[in-house]
Write a protein that binds this ligand. Structure first.
Ligand SMILES: [Zn+2]
Length: 335
Protein backbone atom coordinates (compact mmCIF):
# COMPACT_ATOMS: atom_id res chain seq x y z
CA UNK A 1 0.00 0.00 0.00
CA UNK A 2 1.20 3.53 -0.79
CA UNK A 3 1.74 5.71 2.32
CA UNK A 4 -0.59 8.34 0.82
CA UNK A 5 -3.41 5.78 0.80
CA UNK A 6 -3.27 5.38 4.58
CA UNK A 7 -6.12 7.37 6.10
CA UNK A 8 -6.57 5.56 9.43
CA UNK A 9 -3.26 6.96 10.65
CA UNK A 10 -4.81 10.40 10.82
CA UNK A 11 -7.80 9.67 13.09
CA UNK A 12 -7.13 6.64 15.29
CA UNK A 13 -7.83 8.40 18.60
CA UNK A 14 -10.38 10.98 19.86
CA UNK A 15 -7.95 13.90 19.91
CA UNK A 16 -6.84 13.27 16.34
CA UNK A 17 -10.48 12.88 15.30
CA UNK A 18 -11.37 16.22 16.87
CA UNK A 19 -8.87 17.99 14.59
CA UNK A 20 -10.80 17.00 11.50
CA UNK A 21 -13.48 19.57 10.84
CA UNK A 22 -12.77 21.57 13.99
CA UNK A 23 -14.28 24.60 12.24
CA UNK A 24 -17.64 22.83 11.94
CA UNK A 25 -18.12 21.95 15.59
CA UNK A 26 -21.19 23.02 17.52
CA UNK A 27 -21.32 25.52 20.32
CA UNK A 28 -24.03 27.16 22.37
CA UNK A 29 -23.51 30.62 20.84
CA UNK A 30 -24.69 29.33 17.46
CA UNK A 31 -28.09 28.27 18.75
CA UNK A 32 -31.38 30.15 18.40
CA UNK A 33 -34.36 28.73 20.28
CA UNK A 34 -37.77 29.34 18.63
CA UNK A 35 -40.59 29.96 21.14
CA UNK A 36 -44.33 30.60 20.82
CA UNK A 37 -45.96 33.29 22.93
CA UNK A 38 -49.73 33.47 23.00
CA UNK A 39 -52.53 35.54 24.48
CA UNK A 40 -53.72 32.54 26.45
CA UNK A 41 -55.38 33.58 29.73
CA UNK A 42 -54.00 33.71 32.37
CA UNK A 43 -50.46 34.75 31.43
CA UNK A 44 -49.03 32.00 33.66
CA UNK A 45 -50.58 29.24 31.55
CA UNK A 46 -49.25 27.25 28.63
CA UNK A 47 -50.70 24.63 26.33
CA UNK A 48 -49.55 21.61 24.37
CA UNK A 49 -49.34 21.81 20.60
CA UNK A 50 -50.94 18.97 18.61
CA UNK A 51 -48.40 17.05 16.48
CA UNK A 52 -45.48 18.97 17.99
CA UNK A 53 -44.11 16.82 20.82
CA UNK A 54 -42.72 18.58 23.91
CA UNK A 55 -43.26 22.06 22.43
CA UNK A 56 -45.80 24.43 23.99
CA UNK A 57 -47.46 27.78 23.48
CA UNK A 58 -46.70 30.00 26.45
CA UNK A 59 -48.54 32.89 28.05
CA UNK A 60 -46.28 35.90 28.67
CA UNK A 61 -45.42 35.00 32.28
CA UNK A 62 -45.17 31.28 31.51
CA UNK A 63 -42.60 32.09 28.82
CA UNK A 64 -40.44 33.93 31.35
CA UNK A 65 -40.62 30.93 33.70
CA UNK A 66 -39.76 28.55 30.86
CA UNK A 67 -36.76 30.59 29.74
CA UNK A 68 -35.23 31.30 33.14
CA UNK A 69 -33.43 27.95 33.63
CA UNK A 70 -32.35 27.94 29.99
CA UNK A 71 -30.82 31.41 30.21
CA UNK A 72 -29.02 30.24 33.35
CA UNK A 73 -27.61 27.35 31.30
CA UNK A 74 -26.23 29.73 28.69
CA UNK A 75 -29.07 30.29 26.22
CA UNK A 76 -28.02 33.29 24.12
CA UNK A 77 -30.78 33.90 21.58
CA UNK A 78 -34.48 33.24 21.13
CA UNK A 79 -36.77 33.68 18.13
CA UNK A 80 -40.23 34.75 19.25
CA UNK A 81 -43.38 33.81 17.35
CA UNK A 82 -46.69 35.41 18.31
CA UNK A 83 -49.90 33.36 18.33
CA UNK A 84 -53.30 34.91 18.73
CA UNK A 85 -56.89 33.70 18.80
CA UNK A 86 -59.04 33.95 15.69
CA UNK A 87 -61.16 36.76 17.15
CA UNK A 88 -58.12 39.07 16.86
CA UNK A 89 -57.46 38.26 13.21
CA UNK A 90 -58.39 40.64 10.38
CA UNK A 91 -57.69 40.91 6.66
CA UNK A 92 -54.77 43.35 7.16
CA UNK A 93 -53.29 41.71 10.27
CA UNK A 94 -53.95 44.83 12.36
CA UNK A 95 -53.40 42.99 15.64
CA UNK A 96 -49.74 42.23 14.79
CA UNK A 97 -48.74 45.72 15.91
CA UNK A 98 -51.33 46.11 18.66
CA UNK A 99 -49.97 47.05 22.08
CA UNK A 100 -52.04 44.14 23.44
CA UNK A 101 -50.48 41.47 21.20
CA UNK A 102 -48.52 38.79 23.06
CA UNK A 103 -45.28 39.66 21.25
CA UNK A 104 -45.45 43.35 22.10
CA UNK A 105 -46.42 42.59 25.69
CA UNK A 106 -43.60 40.10 26.22
CA UNK A 107 -40.74 42.11 24.71
CA UNK A 108 -40.22 44.71 27.47
CA UNK A 109 -40.59 41.98 30.11
CA UNK A 110 -38.03 39.71 28.45
CA UNK A 111 -35.61 42.62 28.03
CA UNK A 112 -35.81 43.53 31.70
CA UNK A 113 -35.72 39.94 33.05
CA UNK A 114 -32.97 38.71 30.74
CA UNK A 115 -30.61 41.58 29.92
CA UNK A 116 -28.04 39.25 28.33
CA UNK A 117 -30.53 37.49 26.04
CA UNK A 118 -30.62 38.46 22.36
CA UNK A 119 -34.22 38.59 21.20
CA UNK A 120 -35.15 37.96 17.60
CA UNK A 121 -38.78 38.35 16.58
CA UNK A 122 -40.36 36.61 13.65
CA UNK A 123 -42.09 39.10 11.38
CA UNK A 124 -45.02 37.90 9.32
CA UNK A 125 -48.72 38.61 8.97
CA UNK A 126 -50.00 35.03 8.59
CA UNK A 127 -50.53 34.57 12.33
CA UNK A 128 -52.70 37.70 12.38
CA UNK A 129 -54.60 37.69 9.08
CA UNK A 130 -58.10 36.22 8.87
CA UNK A 131 -57.15 34.48 5.58
CA UNK A 132 -53.85 33.12 6.98
CA UNK A 133 -51.64 34.41 4.15
CA UNK A 134 -48.34 36.13 4.87
CA UNK A 135 -49.28 39.42 3.23
CA UNK A 136 -52.32 41.56 2.46
CA UNK A 137 -54.52 40.28 -0.35
CA UNK A 138 -56.07 42.13 -3.28
CA UNK A 139 -59.76 41.55 -4.01
CA UNK A 140 -58.83 38.81 -6.50
CA UNK A 141 -57.04 36.88 -3.71
CA UNK A 142 -53.49 37.54 -4.94
CA UNK A 143 -50.83 39.28 -2.82
CA UNK A 144 -50.85 43.10 -2.73
CA UNK A 145 -47.08 43.42 -2.45
CA UNK A 146 -46.69 47.21 -1.83
CA UNK A 147 -49.40 47.21 0.86
CA UNK A 148 -47.90 44.08 2.45
CA UNK A 149 -44.35 45.41 2.79
CA UNK A 150 -45.58 48.73 4.15
CA UNK A 151 -47.60 46.90 6.82
CA UNK A 152 -44.69 44.57 7.62
CA UNK A 153 -42.36 47.55 8.04
CA UNK A 154 -44.82 49.19 10.46
CA UNK A 155 -45.07 45.99 12.51
CA UNK A 156 -41.26 45.64 12.51
CA UNK A 157 -40.92 49.19 13.84
CA UNK A 158 -43.34 48.44 16.68
CA UNK A 159 -41.30 45.34 17.69
CA UNK A 160 -38.05 47.31 17.64
CA UNK A 161 -39.55 50.10 19.74
CA UNK A 162 -40.53 47.44 22.29
CA UNK A 163 -37.02 46.01 22.47
CA UNK A 164 -36.41 43.44 19.70
CA UNK A 165 -32.71 43.14 18.81
CA UNK A 166 -33.31 41.23 15.59
CA UNK A 167 -36.21 41.40 13.14
CA UNK A 168 -36.63 38.19 11.19
CA UNK A 169 -39.04 38.61 8.28
CA UNK A 170 -40.43 35.23 7.18
CA UNK A 171 -43.15 36.49 4.84
CA UNK A 172 -41.19 36.23 1.56
CA UNK A 173 -42.70 39.40 0.07
CA UNK A 174 -40.52 41.12 -2.52
CA UNK A 175 -38.84 44.26 -1.19
CA UNK A 176 -39.58 43.81 2.50
CA UNK A 177 -35.95 44.03 3.66
CA UNK A 178 -35.62 47.40 1.95
CA UNK A 179 -38.93 48.59 3.46
CA UNK A 180 -37.87 47.50 6.97
CA UNK A 181 -34.42 49.06 6.71
CA UNK A 182 -35.89 52.34 5.44
CA UNK A 183 -38.43 52.67 8.25
CA UNK A 184 -35.68 51.92 10.81
CA UNK A 185 -33.38 54.54 9.26
CA UNK A 186 -36.25 57.07 9.26
CA UNK A 187 -36.78 56.45 12.99
CA UNK A 188 -33.08 56.54 13.94
CA UNK A 189 -33.13 52.87 14.97
CA UNK A 190 -31.20 51.28 12.12
CA UNK A 191 -27.89 50.87 13.94
CA UNK A 192 -29.24 49.01 16.94
CA UNK A 193 -31.31 46.33 15.26
CA UNK A 194 -30.30 43.57 12.87
CA UNK A 195 -32.40 42.08 10.10
CA UNK A 196 -32.18 38.31 9.75
CA UNK A 197 -33.90 37.59 6.48
CA UNK A 198 -35.64 34.30 5.81
CA UNK A 199 -34.01 34.74 2.44
CA UNK A 200 -34.23 31.24 0.95
CA UNK A 201 -37.43 29.82 2.39
CA UNK A 202 -38.90 26.92 0.51
CA UNK A 203 -42.53 25.81 0.34
CA UNK A 204 -42.28 22.63 2.40
CA UNK A 205 -44.33 19.84 3.93
CA UNK A 206 -41.92 19.96 6.88
CA UNK A 207 -43.74 23.01 8.30
CA UNK A 208 -46.73 20.89 9.40
CA UNK A 209 -46.34 20.94 13.21
CA UNK A 210 -45.42 24.66 13.13
CA UNK A 211 -48.71 25.56 11.47
CA UNK A 212 -50.49 23.90 14.37
CA UNK A 213 -48.27 25.85 16.76
CA UNK A 214 -48.80 29.24 15.15
CA UNK A 215 -52.37 28.51 14.06
CA UNK A 216 -51.42 30.07 10.76
CA UNK A 217 -52.49 27.66 8.03
CA UNK A 218 -54.03 29.54 5.08
CA UNK A 219 -57.82 29.23 4.95
CA UNK A 220 -57.74 29.08 1.15
CA UNK A 221 -54.95 28.50 -1.38
CA UNK A 222 -51.33 27.90 -0.38
CA UNK A 223 -48.06 29.81 -0.18
CA UNK A 224 -46.44 28.47 -3.31
CA UNK A 225 -46.78 31.83 -5.05
CA UNK A 226 -44.29 33.39 -2.62
CA UNK A 227 -42.37 30.56 -0.92
CA UNK A 228 -39.75 28.93 -3.15
CA UNK A 229 -40.30 25.75 -5.17
CA UNK A 230 -38.27 22.91 -3.62
CA UNK A 231 -36.52 22.07 -6.89
CA UNK A 232 -35.18 25.54 -7.59
CA UNK A 233 -31.58 26.36 -6.69
CA UNK A 234 -31.69 29.42 -8.93
CA UNK A 235 -34.52 31.16 -7.08
CA UNK A 236 -32.88 30.40 -3.72
CA UNK A 237 -29.69 32.16 -4.82
CA UNK A 238 -31.56 35.05 -6.45
CA UNK A 239 -33.67 35.53 -3.28
CA UNK A 240 -30.53 35.65 -1.12
CA UNK A 241 -28.87 38.04 -3.55
CA UNK A 242 -31.91 40.33 -3.54
CA UNK A 243 -31.89 40.47 0.26
CA UNK A 244 -28.14 41.15 0.39
CA UNK A 245 -28.63 44.08 -2.01
CA UNK A 246 -31.52 45.38 0.12
CA UNK A 247 -29.31 45.36 3.24
CA UNK A 248 -30.05 42.13 5.13
CA UNK A 249 -27.56 41.64 7.96
CA UNK A 250 -27.92 37.84 7.99
CA UNK A 251 -29.36 35.26 5.63
CA UNK A 252 -31.30 32.06 6.18
CA UNK A 253 -32.04 28.76 4.50
CA UNK A 254 -35.22 26.96 5.62
CA UNK A 255 -35.80 24.01 6.03
CA UNK A 256 -32.29 22.66 6.75
CA UNK A 257 -31.84 18.92 6.28
CA UNK A 258 -33.43 18.53 2.83
CA UNK A 259 -31.61 21.65 1.55
CA UNK A 260 -27.94 21.13 2.50
CA UNK A 261 -26.81 21.87 -1.05
CA UNK A 262 -28.60 25.23 -0.90
CA UNK A 263 -26.88 26.05 2.41
CA UNK A 264 -23.52 25.32 0.80
CA UNK A 265 -24.22 27.36 -2.31
CA UNK A 266 -25.65 30.37 -0.44
CA UNK A 267 -22.61 30.37 1.89
CA UNK A 268 -20.21 30.14 -1.03
CA UNK A 269 -21.96 32.97 -2.89
CA UNK A 270 -22.32 35.23 0.17
CA UNK A 271 -19.44 34.31 2.50
CA UNK A 272 -19.51 37.63 4.35
CA UNK A 273 -23.06 37.29 5.70
CA UNK A 274 -23.72 35.02 8.69
CA UNK A 275 -25.98 32.23 7.47
CA UNK A 276 -28.74 30.84 9.68
CA UNK A 277 -30.33 27.48 9.03
CA UNK A 278 -33.75 26.62 10.43
CA UNK A 279 -34.18 22.99 11.46
CA UNK A 280 -37.95 23.22 11.13
CA UNK A 281 -40.79 21.61 13.07
CA UNK A 282 -41.15 18.61 10.74
CA UNK A 283 -37.42 17.85 10.94
CA UNK A 284 -37.68 18.11 14.71
CA UNK A 285 -40.71 15.79 14.83
CA UNK A 286 -39.05 13.31 12.47
CA UNK A 287 -35.98 12.98 14.69
CA UNK A 288 -38.06 12.92 17.88
CA UNK A 289 -40.41 10.16 16.66
CA UNK A 290 -37.61 8.08 15.13
CA UNK A 291 -35.71 8.16 18.43
CA UNK A 292 -38.92 7.22 20.26
CA UNK A 293 -39.23 4.23 17.94
CA UNK A 294 -35.65 3.23 18.85
CA UNK A 295 -34.30 3.90 15.37
CA UNK A 296 -31.40 5.74 17.01
CA UNK A 297 -30.42 7.70 20.08
CA UNK A 298 -31.87 11.22 19.95
CA UNK A 299 -28.78 13.10 21.09
CA UNK A 300 -26.50 11.44 18.51
CA UNK A 301 -28.99 12.01 15.70
CA UNK A 302 -29.62 15.67 16.57
CA UNK A 303 -25.92 16.45 16.84
CA UNK A 304 -25.16 14.66 13.57
CA UNK A 305 -27.98 16.52 11.79
CA UNK A 306 -26.67 19.89 13.01
CA UNK A 307 -23.04 19.10 12.23
CA UNK A 308 -24.23 18.35 8.69
CA UNK A 309 -25.67 21.86 8.48
CA UNK A 310 -22.46 23.37 9.90
CA UNK A 311 -20.39 21.41 7.39
CA UNK A 312 -22.60 22.73 4.58
CA UNK A 313 -21.97 26.31 5.74
CA UNK A 314 -24.40 27.25 8.53
CA UNK A 315 -23.13 29.78 11.07
CA UNK A 316 -26.36 29.93 13.12
CA UNK A 317 -28.65 27.00 13.97
CA UNK A 318 -32.32 27.62 14.73
CA UNK A 319 -33.57 24.47 16.43
CA UNK A 320 -36.29 23.31 18.82
CA UNK A 321 -33.67 21.00 20.35
CA UNK A 322 -31.86 24.01 21.86
CA UNK A 323 -32.89 23.22 25.48
CA UNK A 324 -31.36 19.73 25.27
CA UNK A 325 -28.32 21.01 23.36
CA UNK A 326 -27.52 23.44 26.19
CA UNK A 327 -26.84 20.31 28.25
CA UNK A 328 -25.46 18.07 25.54
CA UNK A 329 -22.87 20.56 24.30
CA UNK A 330 -21.47 21.09 27.79
CA UNK A 331 -20.39 17.48 27.82
CA UNK A 332 -17.42 16.42 25.77
CA UNK A 333 -18.38 15.31 22.29
CA UNK A 334 -17.43 11.75 21.45
CA UNK A 335 -15.47 11.77 18.24
ZN1 LIG B 1 -46.19 33.81 7.20
Amino acid sequence: MEASHLLHSGYFNPTLRSWHGSNTLLNINQLIYPVFVTDLVPDESSEEIPNFPEQRRYGVDALVDHLLPLVNKGLKTILVFGVTTSSNKASNGEYASSKDSPVRRCLPILRSKFPSLTIAVDLCLCGYTSHGHCGILKTDGTIDNPASIQRLAEVALSFVQDGAHIIAPSDMMDGRIDAIKKILILNNLASSVAVLSYSSKFASCFYGPFRDAAQSAPSAGNRRAYQLPAASTGLAIRAAERDVIEGADMLMVKPGGPFLDIIKEVKQRFPHHPLAVYQVSGEYAMLWHAARANAFELRAAVIESLIGMRRAGADILITYFTPQLLDWLKEELQY
